[in-house]
Ligand binder design. Structure first.
Ligand code: MG
Length: 386
């Protein structure tokens, strides 16, 4: 179907949590909020905009879950799912409208892109389309004891996202008078819309119980790939400069000269992290030509690289640093430097290593003209979606 925008509407307005703690859409799986997983999986060439419906008072949780993702302002939902969807549809109508809408539940975050393909294709000929899976278990009545089995032929399990042409589903919601509805296809059908079925996916199972979180965590961990990144940095000694290494001021008669605080350890670590993530180098993110980084504490570079990895659902497994200099002696500061770097990376000390070597008085480090640092980082990142 040509022309017009396709908007995805994620309903994330639930306030409940079976296990206590935050509502499930704001809980984290593999370091990333359930809602953020849902948002990332809706990044699809056929979808022009993503809007999110949140519960009243959830603005702070929403911002934290987004981790810097740029989305239009959230829409505030109602006490029932139906009113939340209605609020979302009305807000989209009041903004720029849409030609097509995919209505999705944040609690089904692991959407395969092929399901979106199937839904958008079905919308060419139908007013609505929903992903379904066959019922494979035996269905039976039960009330403490097992009763009669029920026929499962012709029955399906209905998932989300549910896709509709926008104007008909908005009209259907406005005319609905049937009380709470379990999904939007029910509201669409009551208004006489034809709703096609397309193949759903087991990855779309709803995350409800505690064991669902554990299963999702294990599934994502199994799909992580390990990557290694290398960093290297050099700065020259100069009189009148402070010496900063791994975020600590080290007493010495000379310091390192540079645009920022010239912390070679943190610069090498930043480049190692960016390298593992395939995110360019420190100069791409913090151009030396930009005066705002003059004299900057280099911890902001490390924070930035760590945040980039976390936003992608990744984890830093290990960082190993080698300092190359004749002096100062690194040994007395090694434990403190390790702790400082570990705190910056939010890792236990055991996953950080700081080593030092001289170059036997050879080369610029041997002559005491400057210092160098090498870093290597091991990072796990979710497999790229194909
Ligand atoms: Mg540097």
């Amino acid at each position: 179907m040509a022309g017009g925008r396709t908007v995805a509407l994620i309903v994330a307005a639930g306030s409940g949590s079976r296990a206590g703690g935050p509502p499930k859409q704001y809980r984290r799986i593999a370091g990333k909020a359930v809602l953020a997983h849902a948002i990332d999986r809706l990044s699809h060439p056929g979808i022009d905009e993503i809007r999110v419906v949140i519960g009243p008072g959830q603005d702070q949780s929403y911002r934290e879950a987004l981790d810097g993702r740029a989305l239009p302002s959230p829409i505030v939902g109602g006490s029932e799912r139906r009113t939340s969807v209605r609020n979302g549809l009305e807000a989209i109508a009041a903004d720029n409208g849409a030609a097509r809408i995919l209505i999705h539940d944040a609690a089904r975050p692991f959407l395969p892109s092929q399901v979106v393909d199937r839904l958008l294709t079905a919308l060419v000929l139908n007013e609505g389309a929903v992903p379904v899976l066959p019922v494979v278990d035996t269905l039976a009545a039960a009330n403490g004891v097992l009763g009669d089995t029920a026929p499962r032929e012709g029955l399906v399990r209905v998932q989300t996202p549910q896709a509709f042409r926008f104007d008909p589903i908005l009209a259907a919601h406005r005319h609905w008078s049937g009380g709470e509805a379990t999904d939007d296809a029910q509201i669409a059908r009551a208004a006489g819309l034809d709703v096609a079925t397309v193949g759903g996916d087991v990855a779309l199972e709803k995350i409800t119980h505690e064991e669902d979180f554990a299963r999702a965590e294990a599934m994502l961990a199994a799909r992580m790939t390990s990557r290694t990144g290398l960093g290297f940095d050099v700065h020259a000694f100069a009189a009148g400069e402070e010496l900063w290494l791994a975020g600590l001021r080290i007493p010495h008669d000379r310091g390192l000269k540079g645009h920022s605080d010239a912390d070679i350890v943190l610069h090498a670590v930043t480049d190692a992290l960016l390298g593992a993530a395939g995110e360019g180098d420190i100069g791409d993110h913090f151009p030396p030509s930009d005066p705002q980084w003059r004299g900057a504490a280099s911890s902001i570079f490390v924070d930035h690289a760590r945040a980039l990895i976390e936003q992608r659902g990744g984890r830093i497994d290990h960082v190993d640093v080698t300092l190359i200099c004749e002096e100062p002696r690194i040994g007395p500061h090694r434990a403190a430097m390790r702790q400082s770097l570990a705190a910056m990376l939010r890792l236990p000390d055991g996953r950080i290593s700081i080593k030092a070597t001289t170059t036997e008085r050879l080369g610029f480090t041997g002559r005491g003209e400057g210092m160098a640092a090498q870093a290597i980082a091991t990072v796990r990142l979710p497999e790229e979606e194909s």
